[in-house]
Design a protein around this ligand. Structure first.
Ligand code: GLC
Length: 407
């Protein structure tokens, strides 16, 4: 029998995720060996048997999950999501349900990499997420589910088995991030709900791991919405929890010998544009075949982490608002008795004209350096900026409306 409904997590259960703001996505699998991205098997029409040979070469000697966690922490990231299994069907763990035993424990490395990752995250108190792609390019029923119902059943059984393994055998999983719900390379995640029966699937997840934050891409609405890719974040503040996921290396999610990294300014701008609209940002890295996050990725993240060390108060634990963002100009976040204005392209001598704020502002501080004076009226908030010492693309102005120390 089909289960029809499953409520999303409560606000209380979502609180840590809402406050976390910034996470690390990791695309890693056999595809790191040919180094052409995670779609290599499909893009280059590699036959299943041939692709399987990659597992004999897979021996990531330098994979050290603790090091990944350190890089995420240095980047100011508060959760991590690892591709436990991508569309190629290769499981990074010792998966009993894997069709034809396509797992990391049967590779040259003979390691349960998910286990190592989960343990390293927990040890460092890092929130732990797993990505799972429902589809599997190896299974014929994926392409012709109606003509090959037995094979489509095998695909579905593998999915139920593997999702159970991941959510039952590895302790507390903070995020379950589905992908690839569509069939035969067409349509949307929701189109294939007839096959996956996602409400039933996610009820099993909830039973094993009641607080796991689940994304919407299994065809069930999930606990948050997804905005995928590098396009700018625009529009108003969104009431429902949502996440922007994108790639640090703009070439592909999985390791690619062509590297084209987002700049520091691009990352900070995207993060700010996301947070002022009440979202989280999940930024992807692609470790190489040896299990190493490229040093250029780590370095770029460290730059962002340094920025967050200085200005994290205006990001972490905040909520979007009180003012609606204006594209390419400004957005606001708030926490307690502080309002943070994140303004782009500011210059000394500039006056920012904003809508009225219904709080008596007692103190104005330019966190990124400089001076500001405020005039409030029923109709507008005017801020005069001077002596700015820019530190990145974002000028951050804190407005305090509570009791101010020393007054
Ligand atoms: C798309 C891509 C996939 C990637 C995912 C990340 O679904 O097909 O390769 O893992 O986006 O959101």
């Amino acid at each position: 029998m089909r289960s029809k409904t499953l409520p999303p997590l409560s606000e209380k259960q979502m609180l840590w995720w809402r406050d976390a703001k910034f996470g690390m996505f990791i695309h890693w699998g056999l595809y790191a060996i040919p180094a052409k991205g995670e779609w290599y098997m499909n893009n280059e029409h590699v036959p299943v048997d041939q692709y399987r040979h990659l597992s004999e070469q897979f021996n990531p000697q330098r994979f050290d999950a603790a090091q990944w966690v350190r890089i995420a922490k240095d980047g100011g990231m508060n959760y991590m999501v690892l591709t436990a299994r991508h569309h190629d069907g290769f499981a990074l763990w010792d998966s009993a349900s894997s069709v034809d035993n396509f797992t990391s424990s049967l590779t040259a490395s003979r390691r349960d990499l998910v286990k190592e990752y989960v343990e390293a995250c927990r040890k460092a108190k890092m929130r732990t997420g797993l990505y799972y792609s429902l589809m599997d390019w190896r299974i014929p029923g994926y392409y012709k589910p109606h003509d090959l119902p037995d094979s489509a059943d095998q695909l579905k059984n593998q999915c139920y088995g593997q999702v159970s393994e991941l959510t039952k055998n590895y302790g507390k999983i903070d995020v379950l991030w589905y992908d690839g719900g569509w069939l035969n390379m067409q349509g949307s995640d929701a189109d294939a709900a007839w096959l996956w029966d996602p409400v039933r699937l996610n009820k099993l997840v909830r039973k094993a791991n009641p607080n796991t934050v689940i994304n919407p891409r299994s065809g069930w609405e999930g606990d948050f919405d997804c905005d995928e890719g590098g396009a700018a974040v625009t529009g108003p503040i969104k009431p429902r929890p949502w996440e922007k996921c994108l790639n640090l290396n703009k070439t592909t999610w999985g390791y690619n010998r062509t590297q084209n990294l987002m700049s520091f300014d691009e990352i900070v701008t995207m993060l700010v544009d996301t947070v002022v609209r009440n979202g989280n940002m999940l930024l992807n890295v692609g470790p190489d075949a040896d299990g190493v996050i490229p040093s250029a990725h780590a370095e770029r993240l460290r730059e962002v982490g340094q920025w967050l060390k200085k200005y994290g108060q205006s990001i972490y634990g905040t909520r979007g608002g009180p003012l609606e963002p204006v594209e390419k100009q400004y957005g606001t976040t708030q926490k307690g008795t502080s309002i943070y204005i994140h303004a782009f392209n500011c210059a000394s001598g500039q006056t920012l004209g904003l809508p009225p704020i219904d709080k008596q502002i007692r103190k104005v501080t330019v966190l990124t350096g400089g001076k500001a004076q405020i005039q409030q009226s029923k109709y507008a908030t005017i801020i005069h900026l001077s002596d700015l010492t820019p530190d990145g693309p974002d000028t951050i102005i804190r407005l305090d409306w509570g009791k101010v120390k020393g007054r």
